[in-house]
Design a protein around this ligand. Structure first.
Ligand SMILES: [Zn+2]
Length: 182
């Protein structure tokens, strides 16, 4: 009843974290799937000798990401250069909360987890938000939040096959389809 939106999403995240807990075999502490690699490197591996403060003073290259740099790792390079790219006018016009890129990345990950490809580039995703007359802060998985929905819930997420509707409309559509086909 007394449902606080930010509390609910925090609880949601915690549940996901707990289901993904990994125990470090060397010290017995718990980590998320994402955190365990960094922990092992930093506490039990080569990273023990890494002094982040020193990097700032002696000009050494930062070696976060387990020592991977954009020179040695493709993924780091790809992410680093996409973050460097200046915002387009289109992106700036819809990214009112600064979270749009994260939303797009989440969409790609979540779609894949359901066996669906999200083939939209970030620019196309921005365009769909703009076409719907929305802003980043209006997107989300609660009733009034807008989600990307595929027409007839089939095919991949790509231009021409999806648009933003509210979460409520999306579930109404799903229910209606179930009702009519059974
Ligand atoms: Zn450990």
């Amino acid at each position: 009843m007394n449902c606080n939106k930010s509390l609910c999403s925090a609880v949601g995240k915690r549940v996901i974290m707990l289901s993904d807990v990994i125990i470090c075999q060397q010290c017995g502490k718990s980590f998320s799937k994402k955190g365990i690699g960094s922990h092992i490197w930093r506490v039990h591996g080569e990273g023990r000798n890494f002094n982040p403060g020193k990097c700032y003073t002696d000009g050494t290259k930062h070696v976060w990401n387990k020592g991977l740099t954009r020179q040695t790792d493709k993924t780091v390079e790809r992410i680093a250069s996409s973050l460097e790219r200046p915002q387009s006018d289109l992106e700036r016009s819809v990214n009112d909360d600064g979270k749009l890129k994260q939303r797009w990345q989440n969409k790609r990950v979540n779609a894949r987890a359901e066996g669906i490809e999200c083939n939209l580039t970030y620019d196309e995703y921005c365009q769909l938000v703009a076409d719907a007359g929305l802003m980043s802060s209006q997107l989300g998985y609660t009733g009034d939040g807008y989600v990307l929905a595929r027409y007839n819930d089939s095919g991949n997420y790509e231009i021409g096959n999806c648009r933003f509707i509210t979460q409520k409309e999306n579930s109404d559509e799903k229910n209606e389809r179930l009702f009519h086909t059974h």
